[in-house]
Design a protein around this ligand. Structure first.
Ligand code: NAI
Length: 340
C-alpha cells in the first residue's frame, strides 16, 4: 500500500470545507490507491465546528482516511503537508475597499506562506481558493522563498467548468465534446473565457457557433452578441448569480473544482485537451512575469505547463490585457502595503 499523503485544508469548517473534505477523504482527489491524512486549520472560534465535521468523517468509515488532525496553529497545520488547500480567507465586508481586503488577507496568507516554507513536505503543492485567490497566492508564495514558485497556484477551474457547461448548453453538445477552452487572467469579473481555440466534437467552436472575432457576418452577428453579452458575462458573474439564487456563495461547485485542479495536477490532464489554472507567469502571452494568472495548462509528470504557441486575436488580446492589468494593480497594492 502507498504511504498516506498529508493534505491540509484551511477554513475547514466553512461551507467549501464541508463540501470538500468528504471528497478528499473518499479518494476522489488523489485517486483510489492513495490514503490521506487530513490536517484541518481553523480560527479558534471555529475549531469546535471543525471537530463536528471530523466526527462525520469518522462516521463515513472511509477506507483511505488515515487520520484527521484539527488545529488553530498554522505551523502545526502545515507540518509535513504535500497538498495545501488554502480555502479560508477574509471575505469583503460592506464598505471595505479593495486595499483593505488585500491587507486583511495579507495577514492570513503571509503567515501561511511562511509556515509552508518552514514545515511542509518537499513536494508541497498549494492551491489557493480563498479570494482574491490570485493575489493571495502571490502573497503566500512571496513568504516561501525555499519552495519552488510554480508550486503556488490559484483556482480558476470553477470558472473553466462554468464555461464548459455554458458552451455545451449553447451548442447542444455534451461537456465531454468540448475541448481546449481557456480562462485567462484573474479570478474576478475581469476574467476572460476564451472560446477561440475551443473545439466542439472536433470542430472549431467559433465555426460551429458562427462567431467571428471581429463581430462580422450576417447571422454570425447574433452569435457574436451571444459571446459578448451572454457567454462572457454569464461565466464571469456566475458567482454573484449563485449568491442571488441560493442565498449563499457557491460551495459544492467550488469544492468540485478544487478536487479537479489537484487531481489533474498530480495525475495529469488527458491527451488532446487542456484546462485552466492560475499559475506563475513565465512571460508567456505577454503576461507580466511572476504574476499568478490563469492560462491554458496541461499537467505532465506532476507539473503544470502553459500551453505554448496559441494565436491570440485582437478580441482576446484586449480582454486578456485588461484582466492582467487588474492583477498588476493588485500586485502594486500589496507591494505598497509591504505584503510581498
Ligand atoms: P466560509 O465563510 O463558509 O468559510 C471560510 C472559513 O474560513 C470559515 O470557517 C472561517 O472560520 C475560516 N477562516 C477564516 N480565516 C481563517 C484563517 N486565518 N485560518 C483558517 N481558517 C480561516 O466561506 P466559503 O464559502 O467556504 O469560501 C471560502 C473562500 O473561497 C472565500 O474567500 C470565497 O470567496 C472563496 N471562493 C473562491 C472560489 C474560486 O473559484 N476561486 C469560488 C468560491 C468561493
Amino acid at each position: 500500500a502507498k504511504a498516506p499523503v498529508t493534505v491540509t485544508v484551511t477554513g475547514a469548517a466553512g461551507q467549501i470545507g464541508y463540501a470538500l473534505l468528504f471528497r478528499v477523504a473518499s479518494g476522489q482527489m488523489l485517486g483510489p490507491d492513495t490514503p490521506v491524512r487530513l490536517k484541518l486549520l481553523e480560527i479558534p472560534q471555529a475549531v469546535k465546528a471543525a471537530e463536528g465535521t471530523a466526527m462525520e468523517l469518522d462516521d463515513c468509515a472511509f477506507p483511505l482516511l488515515d487520520g484527521v488532525d484539527i488545529t488553530d496553529d498554522t505551523n502545526r497545520a502545515f507540518d509535513g503537508t504535500s497538498v495545501a488547500l488554502l480555502v479560508g480567507a477574509r471575505p469583503r465586508a460592506k464598505g471595505m475597499e479593495r486595499g483593505d481586503l488585500l491587507e486583511a488577507n495579507g495577514g492570513i496568507f503571509g503567515p501561511q506562506g511562511t509556515a509552508i516554507n518552514e514545515h511542509a513536505a518537499d513536494d508541497v503543492r498549494v492551491l489557493v481558493v480563498g479570494n482574491p485567490a490570485n493575489t493571495n497566492a502571490l502573497i503566500a508564495r512571496s513568504h516561501a522563498p525555499d519552495v519552488p514558485p510554480e508550486r503556488f497556484t490559484a483556482m480558476t477551474r470553477l470558472d473553466h467548468n462554468r464555461a464548459l457547461s455554458q458552451l455545451a448548453a449553447k451548442a447542444g453538445a455534451s461537456v465531454t465534446d468540448i475541448k481546449k477552452l481557456t480562462i485567462w487572467g484573474n479570478h474576478s469579473a475581469t476574467q476572460y473565457p476564451d472560446i477561440f481555440h475551443a473545439e466542439i466534437a472536433g470542430k472549431k467552436a467559433a465555426d460551429v457557433l458562427g462567431v467571428a472575432p471581429d463581430g462580422s457576418g450576417g447571422a454570425a452577428a447574433d452569435d457574436h452578441q451571444w459571446l459578448t453579452e451572454e457567454f462572457i458575462p454569464t461565466v464571469a458573474k456566475r458567482g454573484a448569480a449563485i449568491i442571488e439564487a441560493r442565498g449563499a456563495s457557491s460551495a459544492a461547485s467550488a469544492a468540485n473544482a478544487a478536487i479537479d485542479h489537484v487531481h489533474d495536477w498530480v495525475l495529469g490532464t488527458p491527451e488532446g485537451d487542456w484546462t485552466s489554472a492560475g499559475v506563475p507567469s513565465d512571460g508567456s502571452y505577454g503576461v507580466a512575469e511572476g504574476l499568478i494568472s490563469s492560462f491554458p495548462v496541461v499537467s505532465r509528470h506532476g507539473r503544470w505547463e502553459i500551453v505554448p504557441g496559441l494565436e491570440i486575436n485582437d478580441f482576446s488580446r484586449a480582454r486578456i490585457d485588461a484582466s492582467v492589468q487588474e492583477l498588476i494593480d493588485e500586485r502594486e497594492t500589496v507591494r505598497s502595503l509591504g505584503l510581498i
